[in-house]
Every structure is written in C-alpha cells, then in structure tokens.
Design a protein around this ligand. Sequence first.
Ligand SMILES: [Zn+2]
Ligand SMILES: [Zn+2]
Length: 313
Amino acid sequence: MMLDAGAETDVVNSVGRTAAQMAAFVGQHDCVTVINNFFSRARLDYYTKAQGLEKEPKLPPKLAGPLHKIIMSTNLNPVKMVLLVKENPLLASPSALDKCRRVMELICEKCMKQRDMNEVLAMKMHYISCVLAKCVSFLNERDDQLDGLVKSLLKGRDSDGFPVYQEKFIRECVRKFPYCDATLLQQLVRSIAPVSIGNDPTALSVLTQAITGQVGFMDAEFCTTCGDKGAQKRCSICKMVTYCGQACQKLHWFTHKKVCKKLEEQREEHQAQSNQVTGWLTSVTKSPRLCTHLLNLELNISHDSDQLFKKVM
Ligand SMILES: [Zn+2]
Ligand SMILES: [Zn+2]
C-alpha cells in the first residue's frame, strides 16, 4: 500500500540500506519480493507522454496497463509471461511488443546509469525485454498466436522431460545483459555456468532468487507449466507434476505424456521400497530378539531404504 502511494524503493535509511535489504535482514522474504519487484505505474506512464521533440510517445497509453502487469509479476517463468502477452490482444502484435521491448531497455539503462544504481530492477527489465523480443520473432515467423513459443518453452527432452529450450533461453537472456561489469550479472553467471543442463539449480531458479529474493521452493507447490504458486492439481497418473489448473495441465500434456508412464513407474518403485522398509521396521520393533538378530546381519538394502532405516533407528 505504501508502495502504491509513492514510497520510494531505492531510498536508503540511516544505516545505508534500502527497504528491501532491511526486510531481508529481518526475514520478511515475501516483503522483499514485493519491494524488489515494485515499479510504480507512474514511472511507466512517463513513457506514455511525448517527451521533448517526440511526435508520439514511446509507449502507447493503452499498452501501459498490460505491460505494467508483466513488470509487477514476481513469477519470472517465461511461459507465464508469454501467456500474459497472448491473453491480451492489444499486446500480442509485433509492433506493440517492439515498443514495449524498447521501453524495457530504456528503463534498464536508466536503472544502471542513475546515481542509486539498481541492478536487480535493470536485470528484470532486460529479462522482460528478451522475452518480448522472442515473442516478436515468433509472431513474425509463424501465425499460431505464440502457441509454438509456449510449446518450445515447455517441450521436455526424452530422457527425463527437462525443458532444455527454456533453460537455454534463460541462460542466453542473462548472458546478453548489456552491462558486463555488473556485480549481479557476474554472480548469476558464476551460479549458472558450472551447472550442466538438466541439473539443479535451473537458470530460472537462480534468476528468480536474485530478482525476487525468493529463497527455496519448499513451502508451496509451483505449477509445472506456468510457475504460479499454490498449484494444487496433480497429474492423476504419475502424481509427480502439479498444475494451477486444467488449462496448464492441457498445455503441458503434449510433452508430459512422453515421460508420465516412466515417472509413474519410478514413483511406484520408490513406494514399494519404502513399504518394504516400513514392513521390516514394524516386525523389528515388535520383536526385540529379531531386532538384535537383524542388526547383526549384513543387510543388503538399497541406498534409499538405508537412509530411511538410519533415520528411523
Ligand atoms: Zn499454471
Ligand atoms: Zn503424469
């Protein structure tokens, strides 16, 4: 509310810290997320007015609303951004997107050149401009209203369903950040570059943590398709992926169907193993003699059961 009323996020307090840094210090991570990602509508509206000798504004006023919605989103999943573009007919044209992309680049530049440099916001603006540029090139090349781009971003590789195109795209966005000396860029590259594609952390999780301050994804389920928080629906077959709703599940099925069966088998195998261990443990705890006996035996159990065994014992 204070932010909407015009509170400045870049201002530092008496100990030289911004509001976001203070919030992080006291452990208010949701608060950090909101502050870091705050960009007032007024700052964007500046571009909807012709400045100086300009005949027309850089950003048509009707685009400010939908673009501001994208800027304020704390979900950096590119699929989510493309879906936001796709759902708005005003935005989903190459010329409109190109204008938005240029404004994002201008704001990025401003963030880097102003006295209180804001690398976080600059990186976010740059990233959005990259996603918008990708939308432009897909709209120019195909007439499928960005369906092809959504599919490319979601398509998983055959072995484990990992979305390789999406990972490579995000890495490329980070690499293309125009200010090579930025500390944030160097941190991101150091975290992302050594990870081989398909391993953790993903480029999206590193970028999200850097920009929104969100640490770990333990407390909520995220939609496998769009990355929205609070996804409740599970694939009824494998139960290994979650979605925010039926639309996202439908979008993902073309690629998930290739690994769903495999994931189901893995889950069942895992389940069977832990059932077996639970069975052993129940009989062990019921019989002290058997317990001693078993402990004296060299048990040939799998790594998973071994872990569980140790934990329970
Ligand atoms: Zn979703
Ligand atoms: Zn499934």
